[in-house]
Design a binder for this molecule. Structure first.
Ligand code: PGA
Length: 274
């Protein structure tokens, strides 16, 4: 009995260490019940044929579809939100709290996405409040960092990422590190069909880990997953995720086509040959 328990524990530890994370960000799409049903039917049909033993899959639909996605796909995959407000409840017209998305089935939440920074005034301070609030509520934040094209041209990539990380993770409790994912998403690669080289992604990953070690100490910093996002497709997944040994990917456009999204997942799920 004790032995069996220990074995289960060990297995779950191995899974935790090895599992890559594939996140689909559906953004502001699926405009009606009909479109949602069509998407869910296709997704169910595609995922039925597949088994992912080394990969955790998460879909982040618009909030209005969260409950139905959880009900329809919740046994096979994790569900996430695309944003939250940091307060728990109260007079905040139009906002949705982390407690709400959690109670309606979300496990993950994308925070600080470049589109939110660009169009809705999101900044490192608000991302920090949201990360703190998500962790306190037992949710898993996926915090996005990455440079704009102007910052890249000025050779400021490393400086920008360091600052975003330090400010977004300010006073975050390191014992919660295992629930945090950092998504490196160069702003110029999102929605553009341009991707950085494997070397550039690898350099960003090394820097992110270094800053995490400074903030949390090595033992905790190593529990944080670092994933890549920005124009990931079946054609680019090898150079953006597999070659730089990322812990997963954040997929935008391609997640709108279940076949493509799960094809990318399949590639990531393959055992790495040494
Ligand atoms: P993309 O979007 O895959 O369409 O470039 C990525 C994202 O916004 O996270």
């Amino acid at each position: 009995m004790v032995c069996e328990k220990a074995h289960k524990h060990q297995k779950s530890q191995i899974n935790k260490i090895m599992a890559k994370l594939v996140v689909g960000n559906l953004k502001m799409n699926l405009l009606s019940v009909v479109e949602r049903e069509r998407y869910l039917n296709l997704f169910r049909k595609e995922i039925e044929k597949k088994e992912f033993s080394r990969t955790e899959v998460c879909l982040c639909p618009p909030i209005i579809h969260l409950e139905v996605f959880k009900k329809e796909l919740g046994e096979k995959i994790a569900i996430g939100a695309q944003n939250i407000f940091w307060e728990r409840e109260g007079s905040f017209t139009g906002e949705i709290s982390v407690a709400m998305v959690k109670n309606f089935g979300a496990e993950y939440v994308i925070l600080g996405h470049s589109e939110r920074r660009k169009y809705f005034g999101e900044n490192n301070k608000t991302v920090n409040l949201k990360i703190q609030s998500a962790l306190k509520t037992g949710m898993k934040p996926i915090a996005c960092v990455g440079e704009t094209i102007e910052e890249k041209k000025r050779n400021q990539t490393m400086m920008v990422i360091t600052r975003q990380l330090k400010e977004s993770l300010f006073e975050v409790n390191r014992t919660k590190a295992e629930n945090i994912t950092i998504a490196y998403e160069p702003v110029w690669a999102v929605g553009s069909d341009q991707v950085p080289t494997s070397n550039d992604i690898m350099s960003a990953k090394i820097l992110i880990r270094k800053v995490l070690i400074e903030l949390f100490e090595k033992k905790y910093a190593e529990e944080v997953r670092i994933i890549y996002g920005g124009s990931v497709s079946t054609q680019t997944v090898k150079e953006t995720c597999l070659d730089p040994a990322m812990d997963g990917v954040l997929i935008g456009r391609e997640s709108l086509t279940p076949y493509e999204f799960l094809k990318i997942t399949e590639i990531i799920n393959r055992p790495v040959a040494f």
